[in-house]
Design a protein around this ligand. Structure first.
Ligand code: SF4
Ligand code: SF4
Length: 201
């Protein structure tokens, strides 16, 4: 760990088995209301029989370095922290939904009970305590890897330097810190292209 950590996640799509353990543990850890998710897995059948496979795409807030949700927040409730994690100050959020409209990844929701526009924060409190985000701890396939980009010896740094890495919709210019291995293969299929476009809109 470096003295000034900058956190990121790598999702290795070659390993994901689509068990949804990440989505379930996230809901439990963060008390996410019914009908909403901070972390979820998109799935689609791809190919033509008999060469058919099931593609999986785990999703979450991308902790954007250039986060449009933070830019539009009129009360600075959403902000990017020094460690790179974009957080929501529950005491400041007024539920105006500007951030929900501004996020091009559909990663935020309005909590119907609290009126707060919430989202994944890499389990900020767990990370501050030295723990992994809940989804990373639960991932049975070690598909989700979390760590410090500023530490050249961290697993995320090594994966980024040793593999071909992609982010979701880099054309948005948000500088995502959720990196995928194998995204090109998943998106190379027409079915998932449609799904990606649907997810992005
Ligand atoms: S993915 Fe959406 S909610 Fe997350 S930091 Fe980027 S713009 Fe904000
Ligand atoms: S827990 Fe891991 S293997 Fe299971 S769906 Fe999530 S990312 Fe994929």
């Amino acid at each position: 760990m470096s003295t000034n950590p900058r956190y990121a996640m790598v999702i290795d799509l070659r390993k994901c088995v689509g068990c949804h353990a990440c989505s379930i543990t996230c809901k439990m850890e963060n008390d996410v209301p019914e009908g909403h998710f901070r972390s979820w897995v998109v799935e689609a059948d791809v190919g033509v029989y008999p060469n058919v496979t099931r593609a999986k795409l785990p999703r979450l807030c991308n902790q954007c370095d250039e986060a449009p949700c933070a830019t539009v927040c009129p009360v600075v409730a959403t902000k990017k922290n020094e460690n790179g994690i974009v957080t929501v100050d529950k005491d400041k959020c007024i539920g105006c939904r500007y951030c929900i409209a501004a996020c091009p990844y559909d990663a935020r929701y309005l909590d119907p009970e609290t009126g707060i526009a919430d989202k994944c924060d890499f389990c900020f409190d767990r990370v501050e305590s030295g723990l992994m985000p809940a989804c990373v701890s639960t991932c049975i396939a070690h598909s989700r890897i979390f760590g410090d980009l500023n530490d050249p010896n961290s697993e995320v740094s090594k994966l980024l330097s040793e593999n071909s890495i992609q982010t979701l919709n880099p054309e948005y210019g948000t500088k995502s810190k959720v990196y995928y291995i194998g995204l090109d293969k998943v998106f190379a299929t027409p079915d998932f292209q449609i799904l990606r476009d649907k997810e992005a809109n």
